[in-house]
Write a protein that binds this ligand. Sequence first.
Ligand code: E4P
Length: 217
Amino acid sequence: MKFFLDTANTDDIRRAADLGLADGVTTNPSLVAREGRDFEPLIKEICSIVDGPVSAEVTAEELDPMVEQARRLADLAPNVIVKIPVGEVGLRAVRLLESEGIRTNVTLVFSPLQALLVARAGASYLSPFIGRLDDIGHTGMDLVEQILEVLANYDLPSQTIVASIRHPLHVLQAALLGAPIATIPPQVLFKLLHHPLTDTGIERFMKDWNTLLGRNR
Ligand code: E4P
């Protein structure tokens, strides 16, 4: 499974990249707003840190301005993926942009049928939001399972990015389902390395080792 970072924070992206754990990055308007920086220079900086796909989301809502904004974003760097919300305008934009060779990531996917339509439109990536479904009492991961099955049934090449991940269990469930990509908030990603038994295990080894050193002194 590929690990994308779900953040616009360049320090966290650099830290994950140094660990070899930044196969790509996804941003959205909320994540960019959190950084308080100008959008386009920020995307350019992120694209210079990671070689993989970096999603930058359009904010225009009508077709022509959306496509224009998407083209401008795609010009920022070769690894920019234009993120587009699912819907009628979004679907039209995806068809047009993908036919021009601009890769898209369709976001805010909450049903397997939305995913099917998006994949048929030729989106390179689609992002089901798991945590937001869990938040309203659904089992978000069921959506991922259904999407993977539908795409496989028809050999549709769009790649599923499991999004809106809230905790390590979501990452495990995505991996067990064989999801190709999970986009993970940094605070969840860095937690994956830790286990309390690893910490107490190291502590005990060091205590025993130091006792041996003291005995042989
Ligand atoms: C995905 O591309 C989105 O940026 C993200 O996963 C949304 O997650 P949230 O529901 O935690 O805002």
